[in-house]
Ligand binder design. Structure first.
Ligand code: 7UC
Ligand code: FE
Length: 295
């Protein structure tokens, strides 16, 4: 295993000659430290099957099966499949996932610590993921916004991005919406969270999932405050030119691990809808996000 810490100039590191069959506990501890502190670790030239990919994820935390089974790989519920490929045997996974700023499971009671992302079929163009480091975004906020969000909370829901399942065709929308609210009720987190490993303060909001901001007593704060925070962090820049946004592009064989608490991400979809498929395993670690009760 050879770690190249210069590879992306503060935007993640690359690891060469990583062999999951030969990896030591020390190597894994080192990699885990890099995921938290460098935010993105790319294991180059990987050739893992589904079971090996799940096992690799399990070396970084506790894999969680996505709550909606239509995303699952047929051979493992721990593998979330994003794919626009339709096969004779039917579809696998869900097409065009995640093309919006978000953090995986930010709308759930236990958001994931680390996302392990393994592209299996890359398009010829637009191969990569946009990221924003929300610790950096917090540090770059001006004094007015910083003061305005002190001791505030945000509400998160997946409701705008929940995909209709094939079996829901012909169901009344109202019934589907009620079911979404029941299965994935809104979650409330402090607007600024401290990362349990790095100790960095993070602006914990995303354009896709965060829908309201309130004070500690639960009184609503102006929507404009949330809009200002989204804009300041770069999430409203449709041209992706904001200084907080960076693109991590992929080569075949890349297996990408990222800190899903510090980074928000946005999938880049290729305009021609070329065949694209990726697997992901998401894991919890032993360091829960601080709940508002404990804060
Ligand atoms: O289909 C999708 O884009 C899935 C998204 C709503 N959730 C991914 C996650 O882990 O939060
Ligand atoms: Fe995602």
């Amino acid at each position: 295993m050879r770690i190249d810490t210069r590879s992306e100039g503060g935007r993640g590191i690359e690891v060469h000659d990583f062999d999951p069959a030969a990896v030591t506990a020390d190597d894994l501890a080192t990699l885990r430290r890099h995921v938290y502190h460098d935010k993105i670790v790319v294991l180059k030239a990987q050739t893992l099957d589904v079971a090996q990919f799940v096992a690799l994820g399990a070396a970084f935390g506790e894999p969680v099966a996505y709550y909606e089974p239509m995303y699952h790989h047929p051979d493992s519920e721990y593998v979330f499949v994003s794919s626009n490929i339709s096969r004779d045997t039917g579809r696998v996974g869900v097409p065009k996932t995640g093309a919006f700023w978000h953090s995986d499971y930010q709308f759930m009671p236990r958001p994931f610590a680390i996302t392990c992302f393994y592209p299996r079929k890359l398009p010829t163009v637009s191969r990569g993921t946009y990221f924003i480091d929300m610790a950096q975004a917090y540090r770059r906020l001006g004094p007015r916004l910083r003061a305005a969000i002190e001791n505030t909370y945000c509400l998160h829901s997946a409701r705008r991005y929940v995909k209709i399942r094939p079996e829901d065709v012909f169901r009344p929308l109202g019934q589907i919406i009620a079911e979404v609210e029941r299965r994935t009720p809104p979650q409330r987190w402090p607007t600024v969270l401290r990362h349990p490993v790095t100790g960095e303060d993070l602006l914990y909001i995303s354009e896709a999932f965060t829908y309201a901001i309130e004070d500690a007593a639960g009184a609503a704060l102006p929507e404009a405050l949330l809009t200002d925070l989204l804009a300041a962090s770069g999430q409203l820049d449709t041209g992706y030119e904001h200084e907080n946004i960076f693109l991590r592009s992929y080569e075949p064989g890349d297996l990408v691990l990222w800190d899903n608490r510090t980074l928000i991400h946005r999938a880049l979809h290729n305009p021609g809808n070329e065949a694209t498929e990726s697997y992901r395993v998401t894991v919890l670690d032993e360091f829960p996000l601080t709940s508002e009760e404990a804060a």
